[in-house]
Design a protein around this ligand. Sequence first.
Ligand SMILES: O=C(O)C(=O)C[C@]1(C(=O)O)C=C[C@@H](O)C=C1
Length: 373
Amino acid sequence: MTNKKMDVPETLPLLRDRIDAIDNEIQQLINERARCAQKVAEVKLADQGDEEVVFYRPEREAQVLRRVMERNLGPLGNEEMARIFRQVMSSCLALEKPMRIAFLGPEGTYTQQAAIKHFGKSIVSAPMAAIDEVFREVESGSANYGVVPVENSTEGVVNHTLDSFRDSKLKICGEVEERIHHHLLVAPSINPDEVTHIYSHQQSLAQCRAWLDRYWPHAERVAVNSNAEAAKMVSESARNGRSVAAIAGEIACELYGLTKVSSNIEDRPDNTTRFLIIGHQDVPESGQDKTSLLISAKNEAGALYSLLEPFKRLGVSMTRLETRPSLMSKWGYIFYIDFEGHYQSEISQVLIKELQACASEVKVLGSYPIAVL
Ligand SMILES: O=C(O)C(=O)C[C@]1(C(=O)O)C=C[C@@H](O)C=C1
C-alpha cells in the first residue's frame, strides 16, 4: 500500500508516526477545550447572583452530543463518537466542579452503569442502599444529582421511584436507557453443577424466569435488594464453601471477581431499563425534550377521558401513562404522564392549563432532553 499524495509506502512505523502526530494534536485540542470549560465556570460564578451556581447543563450536553452525531462522517460510528465526546465533556465538567452522583447501589449495579453512561466516568460515585435514600441524598444537597430506575421493558414500572415523586421537590433533569444483559455468575472456586441457590434482584429473577425454569429448575431462587448485592454475597459465600450463584451484570461480575457460567440469559433480548436523573434544577429547552407530569385525578366518572382528550386535540404525543393508587382516597388515582415537548413551550402551556382544569393537582416533575445515547 502507498500513500498516493507523497508516494511514500504506508509502512507500520510511518502509520504509527502519523498516529503519534494526530494524538499530539488531539491532546492539545482537548486541553484547549478544557481551558474553555474552566473559563465557562468562571463566567458562571461571576453571573451567579444569589442563586447557587449550576455547572452541569443537561440541555447543552444533549445539544453537543446530537451535533457530534449529526456531523459524523465515520469510519467511527455515531454512537461510538458520541461516547468519546461524552467522556471529554465529563472530564471538562469535573474540572469545573466534580459532580457527586447518588445511585441505587451497591457498586456494580445497572443503575451505576446508567449513571456512567449519562454523566461519563469523571464523577464521584455515591452508592445508596435504596431508592428513597437516593432521593434524600439529593434533597439534602449531599449529592448533586441522583440516578434511579423507573421502568423496564419486560417488567414494567418501578413503583418505588414513581411513589417517591409524590412528596419530593426534586425535578427530573434527564433520562437514560440501558440495554440490560444478565449473566449467571459463580465464584471461580465453585463448581457450577453443585449450585443450590441463585441470588438476584426480584426483577432480574423475573426477567430470566423462562431460562431459569429450563436450565436451573431445582436451584432455589432468592430475591435480594440488588444484583450487585447478590454478586457480593456470592463472592463472600464462596469463601465459606457455599455453592451459590448470582444473576447480575458486567460491572458486578468484574467488581466481585466472579466467573460467567452463562451470558445474556434474559428471556427477552431487547430487555431495556429506563433511568431518571433527579436534581434541583429546571432544565431549559434543548430542542428535543420530554416532560413528565404527576396528575391527581378527580374521583369522578370520565376523569381519565378528560385528561387524555386534550393530548389528542392539541396533537401532543404522549409517550407513557402509568396509574398508581392515590393513597389519599380509597379509589382515587394518580397518573404519571410523559409527553414530547418542553413544559415552557406554548402548546405545553395550553395543555397544562387544560389538565389543571380537570384534575385536582398537576405537578410538573420536569422537562429534560430526550436521551441521546
Ligand atoms: O457549556 C457549559 O455550560 C459548560 O459548562 C461546558 C460543558 C462542556 O464541556 O461542553 C461542560 C459541562 C456542562 O454540563 C455543559 C457543557
